[in-house]
Design a protein around this ligand. Structure first.
Ligand code: CA
Length: 232
């Protein structure tokens, strides 16, 4: 179920996949445009300013990672990356190029719609938080300071760029220091999933956070989930 129709760009060189994804999203009322290579995808996103991008990792010309970086340069747009293998999650998310979630081919129409709806709901929430300008007080994790109002992050005073998903994930953990959150809880609370899904997207986002802010910023609790330490 979709609250309001949105503009979505699909960047995918395999025509049957591009068209079935577009048809499914259009049947939900969304306006969908397709690009078949990376460069025209970047141009399409720049001219349409869509609410969400479905982006294939393997594209002729610019690959999905480079497209992702370029389309995020000026403003955040939620990106659902399509991959050929589940093991590519770390590539698309762990490198911090700006993908918010990924889906491994082949996927069902139901999976696609569930991910798209969750990402659109998150984007709405991020926009609403920004508009209200009431994200709450700054949160600290060791040398890292998270300012929910500006969504700005500093480590030892230096600004570090986090994607909105990375920011929301770390803020969620940091607001409950010492408490362990399971992957399922994080998928529900941070990604807005109301359906079961694997936790690999969580793991990859944690790896990206560690790469940007230091290994110690998030603690792995093996077999359970993730936590940040209580301040000493
Ligand atoms: Ca492809």
């Amino acid at each position: 179920m979709v609250a309001s129709p949105r503009t979505i760009v699909v960047i995918e060189d395999e025509a049957p996949i591009a068209h079935s994804v577009a048809a499914r999203l259009r049947s939900e009322g969304h306006r969908v445009e397709i690009a078949v290579d990376g460069l025209s995808g970047v141009e399409l996103v720049e001219s349409l300013r869509p609410d969400l991008v479905v982006l294939d990792l393997m594209l002729p010309g610019l690959d999905g990672l480079e497209v992702c970086r370029r389309i995020q340069r000026e403003r955040w747009v939620p990106v659902l990356m399509l991959t050929a293998r589940d093991s590519e999650a770390d590539l698309v998310i762990g490198l911090g190029a700006g993908a918010d979630d990924y889906l491994t081919k082949p996927f069902s129409a139901r999976e696609l719609l569930a991910r798209v709806s969750a990402l659109l709901r998150r984007a709405e929430r991020v926009d609403a938080d920004r508009a209200r300008d009431t994200g709450g007080d700054a949160v600290h994790v060791g040398p890292v300071e998270l300012d929910p109002r500006s969504r700005r992050v500093r480590r030892d005073g230096d600004v570090v760029h986090l994607t909105p998903t990375e920011f929301d994930l770390l803020t969620y953990l940091a607001r409950q220091p010492g408490r362990v959150a399971t992957r399922e809880e994080l998928l529900q609370q941070v990604w807005g999933y109301d359906f079961p899904a694997g936790g690999r997207t969580v793991d990859s986002h944690v790896r990206s956070l560690r790469r940007k802010l230091g290994q110690e910023v998030v603690r792995t609790v093996h077999g359970v989930g993730y936590a940040v330490e209580e301040a000493v």
